[in-house]
Design a protein around this ligand. Sequence first.
Ligand code: PLP
Length: 335
Amino acid sequence: MSARAGEGVLAAVGGTPLIGLKRLFPWSGANFYAKLEALNPGGSIKDRSAMGMVLGALRSGELVPGRSTVVESSSGNLAVGLAQVCRLHDLDLVCVVDPKTTPQNLAILSAYGVRIEMVAETGDGSKDYLPARLRRVQELFEELPHAFWPNQYANLLNARAQESVLDEVVRELDGRVDYLFVAAGTCGTIHGCSRYAERHGLDTRVVAVDAEGSALFGDKGGNRLIPGHGAAVRSGLYYEGIADSVVRVSDQDCVVGCRRLIGTEAVLCGGSSGAVVSAVTQWLPHMEDGANCVLLLPDRGERYLDTIYSDAWVLEHFGDIGHLWKEPGGTVVGA
Ligand SMILES: Cc1ncc(COP(=O)(O)O)c(C=O)c1O
């Protein structure tokens, strides 16, 4: 048995496919590739982060199988990644979530045997549950014996785990990665990729894809509908120069990007993947012929069937915008 097979389900984390995208931007002279992080077993790029942080803590002795409890504020992809690695290593997991968490995500976490702690109120009259969730994490951390808080917004192991993404891409493209488009939330992915590029002297232009109304790269806070990229506060993993450029994408452009991706390439991905597609569309006029442009697509689309891929939901939130993705070619999204 190979060493990887001995890791159980975690052997399937990473090594995701890089596919060519020939139909998305047929009028461009650049080459486009998508890294399908949806094909991680938990369904997203956050499997890498969860595995990196938990295995690191097991190695350092901060976590002990059969005794410790992991506590984290997450209701989405990181929670699923943590559920997977914690179950396998006989660690209890408590996820602090809020009323915006989808029933489907709650059901997935329950299936892994996760204890769910719902924060009912924001506590300050705002719509942002993050401070209340973090307060609850702190309380649980103090109450529970042998508790461990991975703290994905400040844990360098989150970023280190993501260096593998660019490493895999570089190997596939023989070192020629001219553009890398990365959706940013905790900044774990972009931090890991940018540090990797610096260390290996790559001239890759790393483009951060942020949400309109996200505080990550200094925008004013605002209400966002689509989870994944963007954050209400600047992450501890952010550093000056983490990205060569930043593109901000609206919720509507995420939808348009997702719908175009499935319509042209038959790839069903989540909201931040649509943001990445939209960001590349904005960049097309500056992209040189022959350049290799890589789109990191963070998660799969099945968990967005009631929102991004629901015609009724799209109509309710954005009106009749079907023409933006139905017309082949031409339309510059978000310009
Ligand atoms: C779907 C999706 N896209 C993008 C991101 C942002 O990635 P990172 O936290 O590494 O910045 C996340 C993070 O949870 C995510 O779940």
